[in-house]
Design a protein around this ligand. Structure first.
Ligand SMILES: [Fe+2]
Length: 510
């Protein structure tokens, strides 16, 4: 039984099992449950330990970490459900996402919470779950049967509706990366879920609610001053306008209540969802308002994820692009080389009909292919003359250096094939891994042809640029040894291979 703590201070607590590989988290949660919630607690350091404890003890709730070694939270959840299908499990996670929440709920989790934990959230979830459990137990007592069934039905209904909201938000918004689409979808879903004839979503910008999507109403941007929105922003919660007040959508008098709920990011209201004109003509119930707040919260989470991802991705792309520019600035002979390799590779991809995903990888990967040169000394990189064997070894490190720069980012898995393998040779005599034939990723074989052609037709300090015809002759000579002949043949059919495309990009004429 081990580490169980004693009786809690509050009356009516149950027994909680905390499963987390981090002793600090176990300690914090244990303290919260015991000292604040009045629960008895027990801890397990991983899923297997947790399973053993569940087999041998009685618990009211299990709080399990999502990311654990040996048995992760989802597998642990499945195992628990095999032993005791009605055991309430709450999943804890450091990375909140609606997908994770929905998956956990689909697998039978009761709820999920994100780290760092808020004491009141942890306790209220535990209290709610033990409350529901008591309600279920009451069902067994005949006297209270009718009342209990009624209460239980109402609880179940609320729960189902909330889970429904979570699931529909996830499925509806999945795969949408464009904010405009997300806003429009949020409005459409809200009008369906809350059965209103009028709905709008607006973002707060310069004292106005900039309408990003609306249904059932032709609504333009609305000034926030002295409107219902001012209150929503100030109070950071919903506001209701009643019959006879002004409809913010169109300035007429309201004939049915108008509900505004905030969408927040970092505790600041950034958008407002408006619902009005319920199809059945009734007022909004407390439950509906609560659902509207949950809906807005989940939608805000999705928008925030999207915004963070976009900002992060754009920043990252820009940083990498400036790195490439800085490398090319060190070596004026290679100015625009990366752009041209990207362009020629894309032209080859067109000829051989590659799919969109490969083309994306080629476009950015072609641009980044020499990014590892950032780790090569200037004296070697721009040396006028032939390189010594040591210098050759140093410059040949650049594919691996580039790979090592990008690998931890985990953002460009396909692009990395080009970065690492653009100097592999079809006959296996290239570097860094000596791969041959189709062991070399296709997009790297393509980039190799583009890179070779551009290198030959660019000037170097120690030699002049080859003319197009001579370079093509050389490419054909290297077919099947250094380069794949089919890719060379494809290159010959591209605008660049026909000698035309170079005009479109500036070249240095040293
Ligand atoms: Fe290279």
């Amino acid at each position: 039984m081990g580490m169980e703590k004693g009786k809690g201070k509050r009356k009516g607590g149950g027994r909680v099992l905390i499963v987390d590989d981090d002793p600090l988290v176990r300690g914090v949660l244990s303290d919260i449950f015991y000292n604040v919630g009045g629960y008895k607690t027990d801890v397990a350091a991983d899923g297997f330990d947790g399973i053993e404890k569940i087999k041998n003890n009685e618990y009211d709730i299990v709080f399990a970490d999502m990311a654990m070694p040996r048995l992760n939270g989802m597998d642990f959840l499945r195992e628990i459900k095999k032993i005791n299908p009605s055991m309430p499990v709450v999943i804890t996670t450091g990375i909140p996402s609606i997908d994770m929440a929905v998956n956990a709920i689909k697998e039978g989790a009761q709820d999920f919470i994100t780290k760092p934990f808020r004491i009141d959230t942890v306790i209220s979830i535990a209290d709610r779950i033990t409350g529901e459990k008591k309600l279920l137990n009451k069902l067994a007592v005949k006297d209270d049967y009718e009342a209990s069934v009624g209460e239980l039905k109402a609880e179940l209904f609320k729960k189902l509706q909330e889970i429904g909201i979570l699931q529909s938000i996830s499925t509806e918004l999945d795969g949408l990366c464009d904010n405009k689409e997300i806003f429009e979808r949020i409005v459409a879903m809200a009008s369906k879920l809350f059965m209103v004839k009028e709905a709008s979503f607006g973002a707060i910008e310069n004292g106005h609610l900039k309408i990003k999507g609306s249904i059932g109403t032709m609504v333009k941007d609305i000034s926030i001053a002295n409107s219902i929105f001012e209150n929503v922003i100030k109070k950071k919660t919903f506001c209701l306008a009643s019959l006879g007040e002004v409809n913010p959508h169109n300035g007429t008098l309201l004939t049915s209540p108008f509900l505004s709920v905030p969408l927040t990011m970092n505790n600041e209201v950034f958008g407002i969802l408006n619902l009005s004109n319920k199809a059945d003509g009734t007022a909004f119930t407390d439950d509906e308002i609560r659902f509207a707040l949950t809906f807005a919260e989940k939608a805000a989470m999705r928008i925030e994820n999207n915004a963070l991802y976009e900002v992060f991705y754009t920043n990252l792309m820009n940083t990498l692009k400036s790195l490439v520019i800085s490398i090319e600035a060190r070596d004026p002979y290679t100015k625009h080389h990366s752009e041209r390799v990207s362009l020629y590779s894309l032209q080859i991809a067109d000829v051989i009909n590659l799919g969109a995903e490969d083309k994306d990888a080629i476009k950015f990967g072609g641009y980044l292919h020499d990014i590892g040169k950032i780790g090569v000394r200037d004296t070697v990189l721009v040396k006028p003359g032939m390189l010594t064997p040591e210098e050759t070894t140093e410059i040949r490190l650049h594919p691996v250096i580039g790979y090592n720069i990008l690998e931890p980012l985990r953002f460009f898995p396909n692009e990395m094939d080009i970065i690492r393998h653009h100097h592999e040779r079809f006959d296996g005599s290239g570097y860094p891994d000596g791969l041959a034939c189709d062991k070399i990723p296709l997009i790297a074989r393509i980039a190799a042809v583009a890179d070779t052609y551009d290198a030959m037709t660019s000037s170097r300090p120690y030699r002049n640029a080859m003319c197009h015809d001579a370079a093509i002759k050389e490419l054909k000579r290297c077919s099947s040894s250094q380069l794949e002949d089919e890719i060379v043949l494809a290159f010959l059919q591209t605008p660049a291979g026909k000698g035309g495309a170079r005009l479109s990009l500036e070249r240095t004429t040293h």
